[in-house]
Design a protein around this ligand. Structure first.
Ligand code: IMP
Ligand code: MG
Length: 177
């Protein structure tokens, strides 16, 4: 039976890290005319909501929902867009916000797809990074926490659609009843 067995990152630690990332973003985009923050559903929803409230600039927000396929057998890999952006990103500054990067396949395919739309800039931000399982080499501009290879939940991230509402990042393990 799968259960949350511990706290990996507390609510307070998340809060101060989100603030820190927001201030870096603010500094990096302060001379730009626009910034579109694109959250990847569903996991990044809560992170995006907290992040943009700490960015003291004019920020637009949009969301995408994608599913990655092309694992193992298909090395090229594509991303299926389930919900696309509402806006045109040509000549816009786009910041993609993810909850967690694991293999990196989802993001690298998404970046390739969005680059064809000719944004002015395209950067990546993730709250959590699990570099041990990376197969797609993808440079991430803003990383909250580098974590070890454990299955985590909370703060928007699920296990079988559960635990998204936990205010902290917890570890899920298969425990005997
Ligand atoms: P990848 O980088 O393409 O392998 O996929 C990253 C996605 O896998 C994330 O956006 C999550 O939806 C999911 N994921 C990866 N690791 C975890 C985890 O530890 N808990 C919950 N979801 C995860
Ligand atoms: Mg995700």
């Amino acid at each position: 039976m799968f259960k949350v067995t511990g706290v990996m990152i507390s609510e307070e630690e998340i809060k101060s890290k989100v603030y820190e990332i927001a201030k870096r973003i603010e500094e990096d985009y302060k001379n730009e005319e626009d910034l579109l923050v694109v959250g990847i559903l569903k996991g990044a929803n809560i992170f995006v909501a907290d992040l943009i409230r700490n960015i003291n600039l004019d920020v637009n927000m949009d969301f995408m929902s994608v599913s990655s396929y092309g694992n193992g057998t298909e090395s090229s890999g594509t991303v299926k867009i389930i919900k696309d952006l509402d806006v045109d990103i040509e000549n816009k500054n786009v910041l993609i916000v993810e909850d967690i990067i694991d293999s990196g396949l989802t993001l690298s395919n998404l970046v390739a797809a969005l680059k064809t739309r000719n944004p002015k800039s395209l950067k990546l931000c993730t709250l959590l990074d699990k570099p041990q399982r990376r197969t797609a080499d993808i440079p991430v501009d803003y990383v909250g926490f580098v974590i070890e290879d454990k299955f985590i939940v909370g703060y928007g991230i699920d296990y079988a659609e559960k635990y998204r509402n936990l205010p902290y990042i917890g570890v899920v393990e298969d425990v005997q009843e």
